[in-house]
Ligand binder design. Structure first.
Ligand SMILES: [Zn+2]
Length: 235
């Protein structure tokens, strides 16, 4: 399961690829990532729970690439923290257009140089964000699911219809930030990105809700995500 990539502190970034079941040759490709913010513990643990559900038929219509802990240094710090070992908010480190101008300016002006939201010195300056970027280039997902906490909503960026709800989580735009994965992939690469914000960073929802979110997510992907080539679906 080690992807070959390592974090800033040399910890492996674990990833697992799960082929679609037989009879699903043209399967949609789903990239599922958790824990890009290291202090959102449930965002990683729910992805481990979903790995079990991936053995069931409903999930086997898709081809999966799953990375439950994208920011191992943040998660495994003595006190888990949002940023990676270099103090970079990985979800502000993606190469959105005009990053060099916009990301540092947004950080200084809007966040008042909040260290928890430091975008880094350059786009893709960090091995963890580079791994996500390179995985998108190589795996070519049709949709990306990125799990966070604790805002208790769904956010969405991309060229298809947003999900209205997964389980109890309702669609509610959180925002578009320079350097975020949603902004980069959803708006600039035209790969839909669902951001799941679980309601609590330390306590998982009950098992029934963990399953409902999962089932609603599979249903939405099936109904709304077009298989490549995506351009044919545009007006
Ligand atoms: Zn987060």
């Amino acid at each position: 399961m080690p992807s070959g990539a390592v974090s800033r502190n040399g910890f492996p970034i674990l990833a697992r690829e799960i082929a679609a079941g037989q009879g699903h040759r043209q399967a949609l490709k789903v990239l599922l990532i958790g824990g890009i913010h290291g202090d959102e513990l449930t965002a990683s643990s729910i992805v481990f729970k979903w790995l079990e559900l991936m053995q069931k038929p409903a999930a086997q219509e898709f081809q999966w690439k799953v990375a439950p802990v994208v920011n191992p240094d943040g998660l495994l710090a003595a006190k888990p923290r949002r940023m990676n070992a270099r103090g970079v908010d990985l979800n502000r480190n993606f190469p959105t257009p005009n990053w060099q101008q916009d990301a540092p300016r947004y950080w200084a002006k809007v966040t008042a140089s909040d260290p928890r939201r430091y975008p880094g010195s350059a786009p893709l300056s960090e091995p963890e964000s580079r791994w996500v970027h390179d995985t998108i280039e190589q795996f070519k997902p049709d949709v990306i699911i990125s799990v966070h906490a604790p805002f208790g909503v769904l956010d969405f960026d991309g060229p298809v219809k947003p999900p209205s709800r997964f389980g109890r989580l309702m669609f509610n735009r959180v925002g578009v930030y320079p350097g975020s994965l949603g902004n980069y992939s959803g708006l600039h690469k035209d790969i839909p990105v669902v951001t799941i914000e679980l309601p609590n960073a330390q306590v998982l929802p009950p098992d029934a809700e963990v399953q409902r979110i999962w089932q609603d997510m599979l249903g939405w992907i099936k109904r709304n995500v077009p298989a490549a080539p995506k351009l044919a679906m545009k007006p």
